[in-house]
Design a protein around this ligand. Structure first.
Ligand code: CUA
Length: 155
């Protein structure tokens, strides 16, 4: 087979570019300990009720201005279905699912997590305004999906 000289150069140039590109993508994807931001903690989804902190779901005070909300998502609701948090406090949401994929979404905030069984999904938020905040499920999870919600009372 006969290549024109420039054709050969461009072919080599193209191959080199591809190698450089794949190397950059590969190095970025797998180096530096990159991990998804949540879902690093795992648990047995069939034993959620026996696994701390989900054996005692609800709000737990960590320090003066920090709370942990350990919540269980399931078809079709959250346990507990209502929590009360102080205005301005930092709330760390730890949410897991007992069955299928759900979401934990607080409209109007940046809290929007996919809740996957077998994982503890974590997000933080401080409610600066008092009020009643609705938490919704954004992932279709079955016949009762549209009714799946809980309330956060901020006082
Ligand atoms: Cu849970 Cu949709």
């Amino acid at each position: 087979m006969h290549f024109h000289r420039y054709e050969k150069y461009w072919l080599i140039f193209g191959l080199c570019t591809l190698v450089v590109f794949l190397t950059i993508v590969g190095v970025n994807a797998f180096s530096g300990g990159h991990q998804p931001p949540t879902g690093m903690m795992t648990l047995d989804p069939t034993k959620v009720d026996q696994t701390p902190p989900f054996d005692q779901p609800g709000l737990k005070k960590v320090d003066d201005n920090t709370y942990e909300a350990n919540l269980i998502a399931m078809a079709f609701g959250y346990n507990p279905s209502k929590i009360e948090v102080p205005v301005g406090a930092k709330v760390i949401f730890n949410v897991t699912s007992k069955d299928v994929v759900h979401s934990f979404t607080i409209p109007g905030t940046n809290v929007n997590m996919m809740i996957t069984p077998g994982h503890v999904n974590t997000s933080e938020f401080s409610f600066d305004k008092p009020g009643s905040y609705l938490v919704l499920c954004n992932e279709y999870c079955g016949s009762g999906h549209h009714m799946m919600q809980m309330t956060i009372e901020v006082k």
